[in-house]
Design a protein around this ligand. Structure first.
Ligand SMILES: *[C@@H]1O[C@H](CO)[C@@H](O)[C@H](O)[C@H]1NC(C)=O
Ligand SMILES: *[C@@H]1O[C@H](CO)[C@@H](O)[C@H](O)[C@H]1NC(C)=O
Ligand SMILES: *[C@@H]1O[C@H](CO)[C@@H](O)[C@H](O)[C@H]1NC(C)=O
Ligand SMILES: *[C@@H]1O[C@H](CO)[C@@H](O)[C@H](O)[C@H]1NC(C)=O
Ligand SMILES: *[C@@H]1O[C@H](CO)[C@@H](O)[C@H](O)[C@H]1NC(C)=O
Ligand SMILES: *[C@@H]1O[C@H](CO)[C@@H](O)[C@H](O)[C@H]1NC(C)=O
Ligand SMILES: *[C@@H]1O[C@H](CO)[C@@H](O)[C@H](O)[C@H]1NC(C)=O
Ligand SMILES: *[C@@H]1O[C@H](CO)[C@@H](O)[C@H](O)[C@H]1NC(C)=O
Length: 613
């Protein structure tokens, strides 16, 4: 066993050296780094008897182009590059923005090996990551898929359809030279909308044929002239890079931790992972984060201890070296990269009239259906989301009737805060917690409408989140969903909405899987304890505009859709799935924080499902 391992190490080292030399001589580019942690990583993995995958040595080269703009906050910390030792620890400037840290991983291109050696990821690889393992780092932008040159092809010969018809479209993806691609894994989206008149819109289910073609299945749901359009937000090569980043860096951003005692203070770096670049000594603050991994570098000032941690805040992205081609791929902040061809259709009244008069009420739709439905699950009629399988009678006048004698707990990030804000403003819910003094409020909030015996809580997601403050009890003020479910009363009607999404997208997806998995026991127990608790999972949503495209925002959303369905499979009969992925695709939603119209349709769907339950 041991000698086998040694042999493996030797072979690997030889292969690596040969490859590195080979690349050195063929490209004559001295500026690359060799990932030193590979061998120890492999050894550790073998020890733990975890199946491992070797990242091809060729993929371990990094290049010298700077990262795209927008992936760095505009902190002016250029001074940190000069005279660094004199500005860290005890000699920090006193403000997180100008503070310097022992390894300036923000200010200079930083290969993953500089961050330290992470423990191996024990979660097994998703098939899509396995499929993309061998994809070479992109060096020629012409070799990746091109939305402009790709084509939408109507599979049927006629462009006339009747309401209710299925419409099949093939997407033929081309590379930058116009050649047909012969491999899959591009992120292709297809949707359909009215060509004129009031807005109607719905999305398509897209299946990857793995040969460069994709099949999109749409349904004619309204009458009139319509068009089918497509987008390609991330290509195969970009997604391969996403997985590589996740595996090598684990998290491509770091948090700043504030340590404070009387007049002493120091800022250190923090993360979900126990490897903090530049810090040999680490504070394990996992207990502070209710058992979810949380670590900060230990202050250099010996008079500050780990107990003096008071606050953590999202800080800055690691400066990741990219090839010029990838740089160009990520320079684009608007990921709504449209396929240039469109398909025009005429839809006539037909077999099914919409809305179907015989549709059941949404409250009667089985919970399992909410998980099993494929796109389109509905369509926009103007600003109203019409469900395809059920009639949703909820409107502004009767919304609160669905929540009489109810405690509504919405758990999650700022997109869930939008739910709270909307209900508070539109339904005059009287806030009982501290007045919000800024728009980006990060403290749990509560309001009530006595006439309906309705109360609403926005429960703030634990770390990784935008920020977290330590409370006197030694834990942060942001209780995780798992804890809140355990604490939920055993009587009384409770509607509990759970959402995790954007704060995980800078991490490898295994972190998301672990977090979702940790909900299983609490959900199981809460459902057992209280017959009147109704749990709904808010799905990720599409948003195209992103400050830093190397966060792969919606590519993660797409992965999380599948992860949620798989991980929570045992609850498909007991918990609702709020599919806003589909809704936001049809909506062509741009911003991470969707507009009010969209937020209201989210709430309407929730109310429609749980009403009178
Ligand atoms: C740090 O500061 C001291 C005293 O101000 C100075 O002598 C020293 O050269 C500085 N160190 C570096 C690395 O610049
Ligand atoms: C991919 O396979 C499908 C089904 O076999 C076929 O219709 C399509 O033309 C193929 N696409 C390419 C690019 O070969
Ligand atoms: C859209 O809504 C309007 C009025 O709200 C209704 O008359 C019409 O039937 C709806 N159309 C479809 C296709 O659902
Ligand atoms: C950090 O502490 C938690 C429990 O508080 C423990 O489970 C975990 O293993 C610790 N992490 C490290 C890296 O020691
Ligand atoms: C730490 O505290 C001791 C005792 O009060 C003091 O002598 C020392 O200067 C302090 N060190 C720092 C870095 O503040
Ligand atoms: C790296 O640096 C060299 C020399 O400064 C430059 O020619 C090249 O374009 C840079 N970028 C890449 C991706 O090689
Ligand atoms: C709300 O609770 C009160 C007191 O338990 C009860 O009288 C009333 O009927 C309930 N209302 C609804 C709509 O369930
Ligand atoms: C309010 O609703 C709760 C159940 O959520 C119920 O126990 C309580 O009796 C209700 N209070 C009134 C005044 O109706």
């Amino acid at each position: 066993m041991i000698s086998g391992l040694r042999n493996l190490k030797i072979i690997l080292t030889v292969v690596t050296i040969i490859t590195v030399l080979g690349i050195f001589f063929t490209t004559n580019r001295a500026n690359f780094y060799h990932h030193l942690q590979l061998n120890s990583l492999l050894a550790k993995k073998a020890e733990q008897n975890v199946i491992h995958y070797t990242i091809k040595p060729e993929k371990l080269i990094v290049y010298n182009a700077s990262r795209p703009s927008g992936c760095r906050r505009k902190f002016n910390r250029a001074h940190c590059l000069k005279d660094l030792q004199n500005q860290t620890g005890l000699k920090q400037c006193g403000d997180p923005e100008c503070s310097c840290f022992p390894l300036e991983v923000f200010e200079k291109p930083t290969p993953a090996s500089f961050l330290g050696t992470f423990p191996p990821i024990t979660e097994s690889m998703l098939p899509i990551e396995k499929e993309l393992l061998d994809v070479e780092v992109l060096v020629d932008i012409k070799k990746t898929s091109s939305a402009i040159l790709s084509k939408l092809v109507l599979v049927s010969s006629s462009t006339m359809f009747k309401v209710g018809d299925i419409i099949n479209v093939r997407v033929d993806v081309k590379d930058g030279t116009g050649r047909q691609r012969t491999v899959g894994a591009d992120f292709v989206q297809v949707w359909m909308k009215s060509a004129k008149g009031p807005r109607r819109a719905s999305s398509a289910e897209v299946v990857d044929l793995k040969n460069g073609s994709y099949v999109a299945t749409l349904r004619a749901l309204w009458e009139g002239d319509s068009i089918i359009v497509g987008a390609l937000p991330f290509t195969r090569e970009a997604s391969a890079f996403n997985f590589q980043l996740g595996r090598e860096y684990r998290s491509i951003n770091l948090y700043v931790g504030h340590f404070k005692k009387a007049k002493l203070k120091e800022f250190t770096l923090c993360s979900m992972f126990s490897v903090i670049p530049g810090y040999k000594l680490i504070c394990n603050l996992t207990e502070t984060n209710y058992g979810y991994g949380w670590y900060c570098g230990k202050p250099f000032n010996g008079n500050l201890t780990c107990n003096d941690f008071v606050f953590a805040k999202y800080y800055e992205d690691v400066y990741i070296p990219l090839t010029l081609a990838l740089y160009n791929v990520f320079e684009r902040h608007d990921r709504k990269i449209m396929i240039s061809t469109q398909i025009k259709l005429k839809i006539e009244s037909g077999r099914t009239s919409q809305p179907q008069p015989n549709k059941i009420d949404c409250t009667k739709l089985s919970r399992r259906e909410t998980w099993n439905m494929i796109q389109p699950t509905g369509y926009f009629n103007g600003t109203v989301w019409e469900h395809i399988k059920c009639h949703n009678p909820v409107n502004q006048r009767n919304f609160l009737n669905c929540f009489k004698n109810t405690t509504l707990i919405v758990f999650g990030d700022s997109t869930v805060r939008q739910y709270y804000d909307h209900i508070r403003n539109v339904f005059i819910c009287k806030q009982t917690t501290e007045k919000w003094t800024k728009r980006k409020w990060y403290k749990a909030s509560h309001c009530q409408v006595p006439r309906y015996n309705f109360s609403l809580t926005w429960a703030v997601q634990e770390l990784p989140f935008e920020e977290a403050l330590k409370a006197p009890d030694g834990k942060t003020k942001s209780k995780p969903a798992s804890v809140l479910l355990d604490e939920a009363s055993s009587s009384g009607r409770i509607v509990f909405v759970i959402h995790y999404y954007v704060h995980f997208m800078r991490m490898h997806y295994s972190s998301f899987i672990e977090r979702i998995r940790s909900l299983k026991t609490p959900i199981r127990n809460a459902l057992k304890r209280n017959k009147n608790i109704h749990i709904a999972i808010k799905s990720p949503h599409v948003f195209y505009i992103t400050r830093c495209p190397t966060h792969f925002s919606i590519y993660h959303g797409k992965l999380y859709m599948d992860i949620l369905k798989t991980e929570l499979a045992e609850f498909h009969d007991k918990v609702w799935f709020l599919n806003f992925w589909d809704m936001s695709t049809a909506f062509e939603n741009d911003k991470m924080h969707p507009p009010n119209d969209f937020v209201w349709q989210n709430l309407r769907l929730l109310a429609g499902y749980v009403c009178n339950k």
